[in-house]
Design a binder for this molecule. Structure first.
Ligand code: FES
Length: 136
């Protein structure tokens, strides 16, 4: 029935709503290094191939998190400062994250160095499945 309606370009609101889970649930977006997909609960998740990660800090393009890789060790850390939530900037020359708001400093693997922030950066849960990091 839906297919008929699509062929006839006679898509009704109810039919559109029936199609929505298929369009949202199965959407994969691709950027240079990552896939973004939505699980069955419509949560955004990221799939990033391990081989696309360099040693050290890998900043996420949209500034939500970064991945720290050292040998086989992988950590996914929130890019929001643990003081009041500003988005941190990474200074590759200093190998430091510095908060633009009140200047807290963090190591490249999220350890607090100084500033009004009282704790390390928050870790984000992830899994490694078949040589991919799955976040979310
Ligand atoms: S929000 Fe980062 S130091 Fe205050």
């Amino acid at each position: 029935m839906v297919a008929q309606n699509l062929k006839g370009a006679n898509l009704k609101r109810r039919d559109f709503i029936k199609l929505l889970p298929y369009t949202l649930g199965g959407v994969f977006l691709f950027s240079s290094k990552e896939f973004i997909f939505f699980d069955k609960n419509n949560r955004k998740r990221y799939l990033i191939p391990l081989k696309s990660l360099k040693e050290g800090v890998n900043l996420h393009e949209k500034g939500e998190f970064f991945i720290f890789k050292k040998g086989k060790k992988v950590e996914v850390l929130n890019l929001h400062c643990t003081h009041m939530g500003c988005i941190l900037r990474y200074y590759d020359d200093k190998k430091l994250f510095i908060c633009p708001c009140h200047h807290s400093k963090f190591t490249k693997d999220g350890g607090r160095i100084e500033g009004p922030a009282k704790r390390d950066l928050d870790k984000i849960a992830f899994k490694i499945v078949k040589d991919n990091v799955i976040i979310g």
